[in-house]
Design a protein around this ligand. Structure first.
Ligand code: GLY
Ligand code: MN
Ligand code: MN
Length: 507
């Protein structure tokens, strides 16, 4: 149900309950005609709002202020992250927005997902939220969070506006948010005007809140803002205990989602890849917040399309199913796991040959994930194994050194062997090369190791029997003091273990 189907007219959600609007929206809307601004008839009947009803709606509501709020479990971590941010940019005002709702049509919106930078620094996930670090006269910064307060009952905003709590659910009061987040909380509706008048150097995280950026248009520069983004990206490189716990939870829930899929493979055969996507999604929504990225449910030759998210193909016995999916936790940390499964439960000899090669490459990659190693080492280790297999199978002319030197294996390996993982599936994406691909691994880094081999259906350079086979195996690795821990190890990887696991689940 949407706000516009109500008897009471709804305001534009974009405007929100702005200060200075009519003191009594009930009255101001009372004479609205029965037709919309474009002259079309609205979906529901509109009746004049009587003064009696407007008055009636103001009264008879309980005080629901909560006094039992405890700080978020990650509050100590977010405070430490803000302190690091403060130390990096002394004397500058720093503005990190969560982002706004994006309209899908009229008064419906796409699901909201707060910016990862904002979540990392606050633990909050609310639309329109903004974190501000205000430089202090004595050095350091004072951090404040700016949020929508509770809906006003006196002016009818709670039930007559599209952002009212009656439509969207109860919000925390500012006082509750202060306790929850460990930050002074202020009304976000006055922030843009305050920022527009403020003086002194300022940086804003761009791309999330056009209103805030507009307020800072003549004050912030793209170049200095980018330095803020890079810093915030690199700050997420080493995960703390809270984050590692969340990533463990994401991987455990993801493993259960993969098990769900194996149990319904016969039903997926009767429908399509969509059944697999939907099955995994159910697990993601029940145990987590969402999927961390669009599920890739790629059966048969679709497995050779790296980001196959259309998921509208058939699932046939005899095919391989490449399932790349991750549960995002309620705190927004995601897993990113791939298994390539024989739909029938048993690999054909050629499927097994390709699968085992990818498995061997992944083993070599995982062995190269340890403190002191450079990020790109595990990629090189996996590529070397795959190049060797391609030479051995006569698909490319050796020796292996020549193949690697010229990168010839990449026709079939296609992508990098992994990436950082955390709040974003491709986490720390703005980090500089020296902090990422050329940087040394250290305990607390979490990354994927995901080699693959993909023989396109139209690749005339390989024998016909290879065409249409795509295999990727992807796991989520935590770098530890003495090597690594595979956070997604609950899902078997070796071909015989995959078959045994599938047989167990299907009985
Ligand atoms: N699921 C996207 C990736 O593996 O990077
Ligand atoms: Mn990945
Ligand atoms: Mn993936």
């Amino acid at each position: 149900m949407t706000a516009r189907s109500s008897e009471g007219p709804a305001e534009s959600p974009a405007e929100g309950p702005a200060e200075g609007q009519a003191e009594n929206p009930a009255e101001s809307q009372a004479e609205n005609p029965a037709e919309g601004s474009a002259g079309r008839e609205r979906s529901g009947p509109r009746r004049r709002l009587s003064d009696e009803l407007a008055e009636n709606m103001k009264r008879g509501w309980a005080d629901t202020e909560r006094h039992d709020i405890r700080p978020l479990p990650q509050a100590a971590h977010t405070a430490r992250r803000r302190a690091a941010l403060s130390a990096r940019f002394p004397g500058e005002r720093l503005v990190v927005p969560a982002g706004n709702l994006k309209v899908r049509a009229n008064d419906t919106h796409y699901p909201f997902r707060a910016s990862s930078e904002y979540v990392h620094l606050t633990g909050d996930q609310t639309e329109d939220g903004v974190l501000v670090l205000e430089p202090g006269a004595e050095g350091g910064h004072r951090a404040t969070i700016h949020l929508l307060p509770r809906s006003d009952r006196d002016n009818g905003e709670f039930w007559l506006t599209a952002r009212g709590e009656l439509w969207n659910g109860r919000r925390n009061s500012l006082t509750e948010n202060e306790r929850l987040l460990g930050l002074p909380a202020l009304d976000v509706r006055t922030l843009a005007a305050t920022l527009a008048e403020a003086t002194g150097p300022v940086r804003v995280l761009r791309g999330h809140d056009a209103g805030i950026e507009e307020a800072l248009r003549d004050k912030a520069t793209a170049e200095t803002d980018e330095e803020l983004r890079v810093f915030l990206s690199e700050a997420r490189r080493v995960k703390d205990d809270f984050e590692i716990g969340e990533l463990r939870h994401a991987c455990a829930a993801t493993a259960r989602g993969f098990e769900d899929v194996v149990r319904v493979l016969d039903r997926a055969e009767a429908t399509s890849e969509r059944y697999i996507e939907g099955t995994f999604f159910l697990r993601a929504r029940v145990e987590g917040n969402d999927v961390g990225y669009g599920t890739i449910a790629a059966a048969g030759p679709h497995a050779t399309t790296l980001h196959w998210v259309r998921n509208d193909g058939d699932v046939r016995p005899g095919d391989l199913l490449l399932l790349d999916a991750g549960v995002e936790t309620r705190t927004l940390y995601t897993a990113d796991v791939t298994r390539t499964l024989p739909v029938s439960g048993t690999f054909t000899p050629l499927q097994r040959k390709v699968y085992d090669a990818v498995y061997e490459a992944q083993e070599a990659g995982i062995a190269a994930v340890k403190p002191g190693a450079v990020f790109r080492d595990f990629h090189d280790a996996a590529q070397r194994v795959l190049a060797g297999k391609l030479v051995e199978w006569g698909l490319v002319e050796g020796p292996v050194e020549r193949v690697l030197e010229l990168g010839l294996q990449r026709r079939w390996t296609l992508h990098g062997t992994g990436h950082m993982l955390g709040l974003d599936v491709h986490d720390c994406d703005r980090a500089r090369a020296e902090a990422y691909v050329d940087g040394a691994l250290e305990p607390g880094v979490v990354l994927t190791v995901e080699p693959g081999l993909y023989f396109q259906p139209d690749d005339l350079s390989v024998p016909e029997e290879y065409r249409g086979i795509g295999v990727r195996i992807e796991d989520d690795l935590l770098v530890t003091e003495d090597g690594n821990e595979n956070l997604s190890a609950a899902l078997p990887r070796r071909s015989d273990e995959v078959e045994a696991w599938m047989a167990r689940l299907k009985t």
